[in-house]
Ligand binder design. Structure first.
Ligand SMILES: [Zn+2]
Length: 185
């Protein structure tokens, strides 16, 4: 069940989670592509454009969703190509109020726009997942090596980080307010 919709094993659907409204009252949704494998397994998310101007991951997810091997997936993939649609539309890293979504987790249902979006993502996506992959892009005017940032103290996370074959893995401590941030509980 996600966003009140049941997705049965062996099926794929796109769910539009109601988010917040624009200043114009137009509703914005958070589209989530759900691939529910026929066989049981872990639930995981892959997301991109938490920073609205970091668009490489959007294309990576588009290609990921076309991979035929997903037909034999054990478990469930939740793919969110654009977590920050406000920033993406405006070609900006931030929300319209200049908050950074990746400093607004876990957010709250009555908070700022960034806080509400963060809260929606945490409750509908992250909390039901065993692990997640958050795709970022090097900021403008910077050149970055492809890199994985992960908390390498955890053996499963270390194994997952190695699986990408990236030239660099950066041990990265959990940062308050980020999607990877420590749980408030
Ligand atoms: Zn980023």
């Amino acid at each position: 069940m996600i966003g009140g919709t049941a997705v049965s094993p062996g099926s794929r659907v796109t769910i539009d989670l109601p988010m917040a409204r624009l200043y114009t009252h137009n509703e914005i949704t958070l589209p989530v592509h759900v691939v529910h494998g026929r066989r049981a397994g872990p639930v995981f998310f892959v997301c991109a454009a938490v920073h609205g101007d970091e668009i490489n991951g959007v294309e990576i997810i588009r290609r990921l969703l076309k991979i035929k091997a997903l037909n034999h997936l054990k478990g469930t993939l939740l793919a969110i190509p654009i977590v920050n649609p406000f920033g993406f539309i405006q070609r900006s890293r931030y929300l319209p109020d200049r908050r950074d979504l990746n400093r607004s987790f876990p957010g709250s249902s009555k908070g700022s726009l960034a806080g509400r979006l963060a809260h929606l993502f945490m409750t509908e996506i992250a909390e039901r997942c065993d692990f997640g992959i958050d795709l970022h892009t090097g900021s403008n005017f910077r050149t970055n090596l492809p890199q994985i940032r992960a908390c390498l103290n955890d053996s499963q996370t270390r194994e997952l980080a190695s699986a990408f074959g990236a030239p660099v893995i950066v041990p990265s401590v959990l940062r308050d307010g980020s999607l990877r941030g420590p749980s408030p509980n």
